[in-house]
Design a protein around this ligand. Structure first.
Ligand SMILES: [Zn+2]
Length: 492
């Protein structure tokens, strides 16, 4: 029998049923049968003359029936018909209670009340059946910890503060850099050079002075993580490096807390809620980090500025749902966003019984050294440059100025050359060097150049192995050259 999906706005007229099955061979017949079963629905779907109202769209599968044969469109027995009304923002939604319930215990709720100013401020929440006074008091009682006030942390902090989360903890030790402003919208141009925490606290209080902010001006480490996280209800991971991501996951599993996860890269994003008591953790998905250098960071690979907004707000939504105890949490599901195709997909995640942290026989029972676990020597370990012959930016500048015959081999991507480049370079993209190596003369003195010195170090080593005896790596790449030798060039 064909299925008709009923949108939230119309469910008050279908006894809150989200889907209805009717015996019908055309779209029109299905709608007729539907309104016979639920007569109150009729006036919302049809005009007096029996025509469909213009703001009601009917989709068969993913196609608007107006592009098929309208109400005459035949229905197969397994057809799926969706009613898509235009929505102005409000709707009488069905109450969807989360299977987990609110993370805020009722005793804590009793201790919290709202002032008159807060009642007015949150009035658009209070009239929603999913929130009401009780939900708003749960939000006020809630304590949410944001790890990082960067791309994901910015929209998270702004929206959670505006929504009335009572206590927000912030962990960050960084200073606002001008290259942050393209996506970290809690920081303004006038904040460049200031600590991110200070900048974030000011914006949070400017939006909502009722929010209590607890700053932790430190790097999250295995030594301090449990103490910092212990008193919070929900931990939101807004970090962009693997050591902190595994640290946050393991600490959440050990403390039994939900970890609201998000990650971004270029045009793609991921989000999930990892909560070992109710579903899988991050390690069930990725038991081990990728080898260093295999997955580029946003600093290396770039990220579209709006993307952390999209993913950060998925995280903020999930956080609020956990506090309200409403809806279906993103537990056991990995949400994938491809913003170029503008497609959201969802993958089912399973709890791994052999998971090293949340499995049946966990091998990780306390926090470990995550920098070492991820194979890194530091937060952003530079590529291996040990034992590779190199040339400093100053020395290269001096020798170029002296007119010495150096071959400058730039291995970056073409769009990087548009940002900054030296004159008279030989350009071969890193990936093409092996097949185009015959264009280089082993007798020449070659200086290999990239952005920060990592890619060029790999190529320097490769050329050495191929018998190039006079090849050198430009230490720190074009950015170091711009900073130390030629300030007329931009840093990127
Ligand atoms: Zn696990």
């Amino acid at each position: 029998m064909p299925i008709i999906y009923i949108p939230t706005a119309l469910r008050p007229y279908t006894d809150n049923q989200p889907q209805v099955q009717v015996e019908a061979s055309t779209v029109g017949e299905a709608m007729q049968k539907l309104t016979e079963v639920f007569p109150k629905l009729r006036q919302h779907l049809f005009k007096e003359d029996g025509q469909l109202r213009s703001f009601v769209n009917l989709y068969l599968g993913d196609t608007d029936v107006r592009h098929l044969q309208g109400l005459e469109t035949p229905l197969a027995p397994d057809a799926e018909l969706t009613i898509v009304p235009s929505v102005a923002g409000g709707s009488a939604a069905a109450l969807e209670k989360s299977p987990i319930g609110s993370i805020i215990e009722d005793e804590r709720l009793q201790a919290v009340s709202l002032s008159q100013e807060e009642v007015l401020r949150y009035s658009r929440h209070l009239i929603m059946p999913e929130v009401t006074m009780e939900g708003q008091r749960r939000l006020k009682a809630a304590r949410v910890l944001l790890i990082g006030t960067g791309g994901l942390g910015s929209p998270l902090a702004l929206y959670l503060a505006a929504a009335g989360v009572g206590t927000i903890g912030l962990v960050d030790f960084d200073v606002v850099d001008i290259s942050n402003l393209q996506r970290q919208i809690i920081h303004f141009t006038s904040d460049v050079g200031r600590p991110k925490l200070q900048s974030a606290i000011e914006k949070i209080h400017a939006i909502n002075p009722n929010v209590h902010v607890i700053p932790f001006e430190t790097r999250l480490t295995s030594e301090n993580a449990l103490d910092i996280m212990r008193d919070f209800d929900v931990i939101v991971d807004g970090t962009d490096n693997f050591p902190t991501r595994y640290l946050v996951n393991d600490a959440c599993v050990l403390l039994g807390k939900p970890n609201v996860y998000g990650s971004i890269f270029r045009f793609e994003g991921q989000a999930s809620v990892f909560w070992a008591q109710h579903g899988p953790c991050y390690r069930c998905l990725y038991p081990e980090p990728p080898p260093p250098g295999l997955v580029p960071s946003c600093a290396e690979g770039g990220v579209l500025g709006i993307l952390p907004g999209l993913i950060g707000l998925v995280q903020a939504t999930e956080t609020i749902k956990l506090i309200l105890g409403k809806g279906e949490p993103l537990i056991g599901r990995l949400l994938l966003l491809d913003a170029l195709g503008m497609r959201w997909r969802e993958l089912k995640l399973r709890k791994d019984p052999n998971c090293p942290v949340c499995g049946e026989n966990p091998t990780v029972r306390e926090l470990i050294d995550y920098v070492e676990f991820c194979g890194l020597r530091g937060e952003e370990a530079p590529a291996e440059t040990h034992g590779i012959p190199c040339i400093s930016p100053q020395e290269l500048k001096r020798r170029l100025d002296a007119g010495e015959p150096l071959v400058l081999l730039d291995v970056r991507e073409p769009y990087e050359l548009e940002i900054s480049r030296l004159p008279n370079i030989k350009h071969i993209r890193m990936a093409e060097v092996p097949e185009r190596v015959h264009e280089l003369n082993p007798a020449d003195e070659i200086v290999v150049i990239c952005r920060s010195g990592g890619r060029s170090a790999q190529i320097t080593r490769l050329l050495q192995q191929m018998g190039f005896g006079r090849v050198k790596n430009l230490t720190g790449g074009m950015n170091a050259y711009a900073r130390e030798a030629d300030p007329s060039l931009p840093v990127y």
